[in-house]
Write a protein that binds this ligand. Structure first.
Ligand code: BGC
Length: 250
């Protein structure tokens, strides 16, 4: 099935038409800067621009950087607080006239990696960490997702919120060397390992392309691998999620 997959990020909103049976991109990926402030209306206008640029009129899946409980936004760490409480799937469906499904961005990136990517067929516990403006997480047990884990907001032992310490945005604004940022990420992954004992850790987002630069700083015992779809995983997974939901409502 062809679905327009959209990844709403703190910095950019990206979209491509995805073939859900293979995870392939059927169109070029289009990226538009995230509006500031990223209010529901402003994000809706950007989503509409992606739809127009793809000449799209079918189903849409959106990965969104917040906890999404049955279509309703519950948190707003890196988006406008006006989203909180909004039934975001209904809101975008009405605004665009297309059937839209929405889930957490890291959860959908994880779905793509589990189905076709770095964690394909992985049994046991898999932790996917997406590194961007925030730190997103997706936690799977034998392929089953526990949604909205929000483990980027966990506090490290000196009271620091993990995503304010080890995200890509922090590396960027504090101009950290890969080695120093690698130590920070490692501190986070060690905390995750002590709590969840994953059998595999998949790192997504822009930094995953540079794993070789910080891999020597990582000391967890679980294998740590880059996301196969790198920063395309969100769009691909959003389309997979929408397909799953559409199947359930057909
Ligand atoms: C949000 C998560 C999101 C992550 C990555 C965090 O700030 O709370 O919902 O998955 O950023 O975008």
């Amino acid at each position: 099935m062809k679905i327009l997959g959209i990844d709403v990020g703190g910095a950019g909103i990206k979209g491509a038409v995805i073939e859900t049976t293979t995870g392939e991109l059927l169109s070029e990926r289009i990226r538009i800067e995230s509006p500031r402030p990223a209010t529901p209306e402003a994000v809706g206008i950007t989503v509409q621009a992606l739809i127009d640029q793809h000449h799209w009129s079918g189903p849409i899946g959106i990965g969104f950087p917040a906890a999404i409980q049955h279509g309703v936004v519950r948190t707003a760490a890196n988006i406008d607080p006006a989203f909180i409480g909004l039934s975001v799937a209904d809101y975008f469906s009405k605004q665009t006239g297309c059937p839209v499904q929405v889930a957490n961005d890291a959860d959908v990136a994880g779905l793509a990696e589990m189905r076709f990517g770095a964690a394909k067929d992985a049994a046991g516990v898999v932790l996917v960490v997406t590194i961007g403006t925030g730190l997103g997480t997706a936690l799977f047990s034998d392929g089953h997702l526990l949604p909205n884990t929000e483990l980027g907001h966990i506090m490290l032992d000196d009271g620091l919120v993990a995503e304010r310490y080890a995200s890509e945005a922090v590396r960027d604004t504090q101009q950290l060397k890969w080695k120093d940022w690698g130590d920070r990420l490692n501190r986070y992954l060690v905390t995750m390992e002590k709590l969840f004992w994953p059998d595999l850790i998949v790192l997504g987002g822009g930094a995953s392309k540079k794993l070789h630069k910080f891999a020597p700083r990582i000391t967890v015992q679980a294998p740590v691998v880059p996301a196969q779809f790198l920063n395309l995983a969100g769009m691909i997974g959003a389309a997979l999620f929408a397909e799953e939901k559409l199947g359930a409502t057909r």
